[in-house]
Design a protein around this ligand. Sequence first.
Ligand SMILES: Cc1cc2nc3c(=O)[nH]c(=O)nc-3n(C[C@H](O)[C@H](O)[C@H](O)COP(=O)(O)O)c2cc1C
Length: 500
Amino acid sequence: MDLSFDKEGLACSAFDQIADAVLIVDKTGAIRHANASAIQLFGYDASAFHGLPIEVIRGPEHSTALRNQIIAQVSAGETWRGRLEFRTKSGAVGTHDTVISPFRDSSGSIVGMVSCNRDISVDNALADENASILEAVRSSNFGVTIADATKPDLPLTFVNRAFERMTGYGFRDIVGQNCRFLQGADTDAAAVANIRRAIQHEEPLSTMLLNYRQDGTRFWNRLQLSPVHDFRGQLQAYMSVQIDITHDMTTLTVERERQKMEQLGLLASGIAHELNNAIQPAVLMSETIGDFLLPDQTEAQGCAEVILRHSIIARDIVNKVLAYARHGETESVQLDLSALLHRVVQLAKGVLPDTIELQTHQFDMAAGQIIEASETEFQQVFLNLLLNATQAMQQSGKIDISVSCLEILPGSVVKPTLDSGLYVRIDVADQGPGIPETDISQIFDPFFTTKPTGEGTGLGLSTAYGIVRDWGGSITAENRNGALFSVYLPVTVRHAADAA
Ligand SMILES: Cc1cc2nc3c(=O)[nH]c(=O)nc-3n(C[C@H](O)[C@H](O)[C@H](O)COP(=O)(O)O)c2cc1C
C-alpha cells in the first residue's frame, strides 16, 4: 500500500492550501499525511504528526462505538458526515464538522480514509451568544420591536413579550403592520412628525408620546428608535425600545401642578399683604374725611364716597387673594358627604335668586361616603360654582347637581390626573352659553376671568381648584348644553351598611 504523494506536484500544493484540516489515515489508524491546516489546527509538528495514532486526537465524547461505526461505513465505501470532538496537542477540545471518505489506491482498493475537518467551536460559541442575546431581548422588561426597513411602510417583523403585555396586542395580530396602530386621537402630532423625520433621515430618536392599548386605554410610551445598517451601510431595519412611563408622567404632572399652585399662592399672598397695607389707610381716611366736610360741600362728599366705595372694592379683592393664598390653612376633618351636599344646597337656595331652579340627581350615591375636607371650604367651592352658573345664565335657568361614584385603578390614565382609589364625582351643569373653547384650558388659572373688567377677580375658580386639589381631588370643566363642572373627591371610607 503506497500512500505517498508527488510532493512536487500540483496536487500536493493544493492539498496544503485547503483551509479545512485534512488527514489521511491508514487502515491501522495511523495518520499518514496531514495538510498545513491540520498541522496548525492540532498543534503538532509535521514530523510528530505523521505516524501518530488517530486515537490520540479523539475527543472525550467521540465514543468508541461511534468510531467503529464510522470505520465500518467508510470501509464499505461510503462517506460519513457529522460532528466529532477532537483534542489538540495542548489538550483543548473542539467540535469539528467532519467528512470522512474512503481513501483508495490507484487500483481502486480502499487503503485508508480521508478526514476533512472544520473547527466550528467559534461558530458554536457565537450561536450560543446569539441565542442568549435573543432570549434576553425576548424576556426583557422593556418592549422591543423590529421593523423591516427594506419593505414599504416599515412592517413589524418582531415584537417581544413585554411589548405584547404593554399594548395588549399579540404578535400574530400585528406582524407585518406599521406600529402607528398604537396612536390615537390624543397622540401628539408633533411627536409623530419627529418620528417621521428621524425615519426619513435614518437617525436614532428618543421621544415620549401617548399611545393606546388594544382595549382602548391610554399609556405614555417612552420610545427609542434606532436604524440598523448592514456592513455596507445599507439600512436594513429599525429597532425600537418602548417603556410604559404612565406612572412617572402622572406623578410628575401632579407634582408640577402642586408646585405651580404653591408658588402662585406665595406670590399672591406677598402682593396682597402689601396692597392691604396701602388700601387700609385709604378706607379709613375716606370714611373720616366726610366728618370734616360741610353739608353744602356735596361735590367733595361725592368724591369721598367714590374713594370709599372703590377702596372697599379693592380691599375685598385683596381679601379674596388672601383667601386664595391661605386655602389649606383650615383643617380638614372627616365629613359625611351626603349631609354636606344637602346643607350646601339649602344654603345655595337662600343665596341664589328665585329665578334659579336647583335640581339634584342621584344624591343617594353620596350616602355613607366620607370625605376629608373643611365644611367652610366645601361651601366655598360649590357656592362659587353655583354663582358662576347663575351669572352665566343671566340670573335665570336650571342648574343640575348630580352625584356618581367611580374607581380609578392603578396605572390607568384618566383625565383629570388622579391617584388610584375611590372617588365621588359631583357635576354642576348649567344651561348657559358654555365656556369659550379657547378659554377652557385656562379657566382654573389664577386671575383668569371671562367676566367683564371689574366684575370678577379671576380667583374664584382657581381657589376652588386649589382647595379640591389639596383634598386629593380635582375639578374639570367642559361644555355640554352649557358649562359642566365636575368635582372629583376622594372617598376616605365607604360605609356600605350605612349606605343601604
Ligand atoms: C420599529 C418601530 C417602532 C415603532 N414604535 C412605535 C410606538 O411604539 N408607538 C408609536 O406611536 N409609534 C411607533 N413607531 C412609529 C410609527 O410606526 C410611524 O413610523 C410614525 O407614526 C411616523 O410615520 P407616519 O407619519 O407614516 O405614521 C415605530 C416605528 C418603528 C419603525
